[in-house]
Design a binder for this molecule. Structure first.
Ligand code: ATP
Ligand code: MG
Length: 284
């Protein structure tokens, strides 16, 4: 965590930019890093608040009012005073101007969600707002709307960090236990540095430490994805707005992974608007 936090620490202490967007794939550690930042800096701000799961809350009834109330609560404004969305927005704008706050808006899927929550007013120059998102285009929009934004793109774990995290969950120690190094490295290779995948597989393999069980589980992983990892990653797929983007994603993942982009465009431009769709996929 420390290595990833360094850049953010500089933004908190030295930068006069209000916004930081942490972006990266599902399970890469965005929420964890944002939480760590808040707990490391809570004494420096008048008000702090983490508004979690924004994209999933968005699908619930009365979502916006609930989220506005959560945010206002963190800015020191009483819950029962929010009569409707528009007034909620005005109250948030006023509070953001006044308070020196550290706020995390976790899991924002598009800029409409952000604007509905924050409004477009000016923000106290000593405040810091962290937005976590899977989309790489968010920082550009925030920068042009609120006058400045830093971006931190999540780095996945390197081989040593990955083996350490996996071992912690599988064996309860930083290193694999004797006789398991090679098997552990195979699982780590499968996870490609994604902390969520390492954690899910480490915990699930920790229940039975027999070599036969591990080999059989590894075999299964070659044929299918673990449901705990699928659940997180599938959200990126289902949130693609157009059917042709979904279709193109599957074509590329199954048959054209690593193939020259011009060739793929030539084949799919007609049916899937490949130029625009590849651009949309790349942003994710
Ligand atoms: N640097 C880290 N060291 C150890 N564990 C980590 C680290 N980063 C993340 N994790 C673990 O990996 C899991 C996934 O992290 P997290 O939920 O923060 O990912 P995310 O990027 O917010 O995913 P999503 O896009 O689904 O919201 C968590 O259970 C967390 O504990
Ligand atoms: Mg998250």
């Amino acid at each position: 965590m420390d290595t990833r936090y360094k850049e953010i620490d500089y933004w908190i202490k030295q930068s006069n930019v209000n916004f930081l967007v942490i972006c990266g794939m599902g399970g890469s550690g965005k929420t964890t890093l944002a939480q760590y930042t808040v707990y490391s800096n809570q004494d420096k701000f008048e008000n702090i608040r983490i508004v979690e799961h924004i994209d999933s809350e968005w699908k619930e009834p009365h979502h916006l009012l609930k989220l506005q109330e959560t945010l206002l609560g963190g800015l020191g404004v009483e819950k029962q005073q929010v009569p409707n969305h528009n007034q909620g927005k005005v109250m948030i704008e006023k509070a953001l101007q006044r308070k020196k706050a550290l706020i995390v808006l976790d899991d924002i899927a598009n800029h409409v969600q952000l604007e509905d929550l924050l409004g477009r007013g000016s923000i106290n120059e000593e405040s810091k707002i962290i937005v976590t998102t899977r989309k790489t285009s968010m920082c550009k929009w925030v920068g042009s709307t609120y006058g400045g934004c830093r971006e931190y793109e999540m780095e996945l774990l390197d081989d040593n960090e990955a083996l350490e995290l996996f071992s912690l969950h599988a064996f309860g120690s930083k290193n694999p236990i004797e006789g398991y190094k090679e098997l552990a490295q195979q699982v780590v290779g499968y996870c490609d540095g994604n902390p969520l995948a390492l954690e899910v597989l480490g915990s699930s393999l920790s229940h039975d430490l027999s070599i036969t069980h591990w080999k059989s589980e590894l075999d299964k992983l070659k044929k299918d994805i673990h449901p705990g990892i699928r659940r997180v990653l599938i959200r990126s797929y289902t949130s693609l707005p157009y059917e042709c983007e979904k279709e193109l994603f599957l074509h590329i993942a199954c048959f054209f992974n690593g193939v020259d982009v011009d060739y793929v465009v030539k084949i799919f431009e007609h049916n899937c608007s490949a130029v625009a769709s590849i651009k949309a996929l790349t942003k994710r």
